[in-house]
Design a protein around this ligand. Sequence first.
Ligand code: TIU
Length: 221
Amino acid sequence: MVSIPAQPYNYELLNLPNVALIIIDMQRDFLEPGGFGAALGNDVSRLRSIVPVLQKLLQTFRQLHLPIIYTIEGHQSDLSDCPPTKINRGNCKLKIGDIGPLGRILVLGEPGNAIIPELAPLPGEIIINKPGKGAFYKTNLQDKLSEQKITHLIFTGVTTEVCVQTTMREANDRGFECLLIENATESYFPEFKQATIEMIHSQGGIVGWTTKAENLLQALQ
Ligand code: TIU
């Protein structure tokens, strides 16, 4: 058993192969100027700070042959999986499906929709394309996790209070033991990131646990 110092109390990995690293939406659309995040009016530069920590986590999970699952928020090119409410939300000049500097905004397969090159998935690593903020909504994520008997999920990626928190709540309701890595997730709004961390481990871990990457990496050595 591996015991990881965490809030609100230690996070126990009973059976190591049953844990997966989940990397949420580390896409050019959210991290680079000209993508979806910028179209919504955000300063996208702050999200890049977590890349080195994510690279360390990826390296360790790859060395230990533990499963890695990436998600990508994006829509079919005909936008048939995108509710009109999502397209119109924010009253932005550039909307989902419009052509921007990185290709069509938030459309699968477009250059801007790709995972940033520093974190590019390797062959065999799972990528879940998702139309919503939560990674379980209209995807086969639950089947993929059941196939590999995964019970424990390590959450990273962007943005903390939108896609990461939504997915973590979905996973918690489905019976997964969820751990958020505080320095491997980021938000356009630092105060929302902090609030999310506090929400997760309040009430005795109502949605799960949080810790720093160093604690996880040390425990896995
Ligand atoms: N806008 C924002 O903060 N996030 C998203 O739209 N998607 C994700 O969090 N990936």
